[in-house]
Write a protein that binds this ligand. Sequence first.
Ligand code: NAD
Ligand code: UDP
Length: 368
Amino acid sequence: MAQLLITGGAGFIGSHCCDVLLEAGHQLVVLDDFSNSSAIALERVADLHGLSLQRQWAEHHGSGSSISLIEGDVRERQTLDQLFTRAKALGRSIEAVIHFAGLKAVGESVQQPLRYWDVNLVGSQRLLEAMETHGCRTLVFSSSATLYGTPEQVPIAESAPIQPINPYGASKAAVETLLADVAGCSGCSDPVQSSPKGWRIARLRYFNPVGAHPSGRIGEDPNGLPNNLFPFVTQVAVGRREALQVFGDDWPTRDGTGVRDYIHVMDLAEGHRAALKTLLAGPPQLLTLNLGSGQGASVLEVIQATEAASGRSIPYRIAPRRPGDAAITVADPSLAERVLGWRTQRTLNDICRDGWAWQKANPHGFST
Ligand code: NAD
Ligand code: UDP
């Protein structure tokens, strides 16, 4: 199995992806600056596999799965160069990179656009430079459905217009363009293209990743007041917050509240494993794929499903619509199924059960 660099691997999606990749037998080197995560997440991931988290990576590696941690910033070329060089010197080059490191809060991106462009775009550019220098040309990139902006049609196919409405989405769209240029695919928007420059790249557009590992040991641990619905709802259920605000009940949806395509984070992690496998086994190509379930759930449906999973009541009040929100975003995930042989396996009830198990066991996240 391959040695992989996982940037941002201590975060919400990255930590679940590390779990799935260790299960598949890979050796992982995680680079994270812990600006939005805790090393405890990775210690727990290692523990789930009977491994210990290596801080002196590669020195103790055998042939089985392993996980090492480098604390550092993806924007630092020197850190990246050392990492690739060291792996090669120890006889196990980095074969592929999964690039999660980035900033993701929409509201914060409006307040701090320069920081978002720096971490998301410059971080990706430095990483690509280092990969090219060290001859590693396989990359899975965390893109986002947010770059579709307010969709004109649902379900949303990969061919839908890219029209981000905030700096976060704009920075993701810019990285997508950069990746197309690097792959030699400038100006062509086909979701499956061969790469004349010999790169293997998957741009994965996530819909709404939620839920937690079924063990309840890792999950989402947002800093401060959650921006997103799911962590807010579970924090109300566990008694950390008094009530949820439902942003609008006058949307043109079945119950008037916003509809989203929630994808269990374990399904998402399995989508990364499938993308990596497809890239490593196939010719140089640039893939652009939606990762979603194809099903929509409304805010009120999420509240009900979480009440059923937790046995707790979730008080809420109807508030004005949130600026920039769309009524419905739901993926058309059929291309990912055709290209990767992957589709989601878990339901909204599974999401609520696992998300609640994590929140209940860790009411204050990793600082519990
Ligand atoms: P997260 O914040 O939990 O994880 C991101 C990780 O990157 C964190 O561990 C953070 O400490 C690290 N990081 C940030 N800046 C860094 C830097 N300069 N150098 C090294 N590490 C750095 O977020 P997540 O939900 O796991 O998201 C992972 C990726 O997926 C992000 O790129 C995000 O934009 C993208 N994404 C997330 C969602 C979502 O709803 N969670 C949706 C679509 C796309
Ligand atoms: N939402 C809500 N209250 C909250 C947070 C979110 O009613 O405290 C709604 C929001 O308006 C949207 C849905 O829940 O309809 C999902 O929002 P989230 O921020 O989780 O995802 P996004 O809007 O970024 O897809």
